[in-house]
Design a protein around this ligand. Sequence first.
Ligand code: VGL
Ligand code: ZN
Length: 194
Amino acid sequence: MNLKSALLIVDVQNDFCPGGSLAVAGGDKVVPVLNKYIEAFSKRELPVIASRDWHPQKTKHFKEFGGLWPVHCAQNTKGAAFHPDLKLPAAAVIVSKGMDPDKDSYSAFQAFDEDGRSLADILSVRGVKELFVGGLATDYCVKASVLDALKHFRVNLLMDAVKGVDIHPGDSQRAVEEMLKAGARKMTFESLES
Ligand code: VGL
Ligand code: ZN
């Protein structure tokens, strides 16, 4: 972690946590770990960015309109809110994705802040060169975000702060292998601090 590092927290929202409509088993377990990363980055005044899945009621992403998924993370619902225990600092930048009713988008690099700036622009303005990525779900949005991030940044995958959907057993494991093969590096909170 250095001057040009940033923390990217992917989709730690109620609907992806136990009790949510697209729950990742143990999804909420990433929250206390991410809070430690948040504290470490905030203390050094490094950027903390949180992406969120932010769907309209009607989108091709949902099963009833031809997509893969049950309704989840509908804009302004409780399911779309960040997990209540996630301690996002006031300075955190929030980027939203999945608003286009005609498209499936998984990567945080398809997300925009409230002023319409893309994640890539936000990171470039701040001179970020290295990303630390955690959140949900390993085999979908984390994977897509990391693979996109690797086109422009050094990327560390926070092994202790990601969880997957595993629709097919082993999906998360395979996703991790794919990210590592593409150049991501494994990181844990202990190795960050040392
Ligand atoms: C996600 C499935 C559908 C994710 C989003 O955030 O990983 N997964 N929409
Ligand atoms: Zn979604």
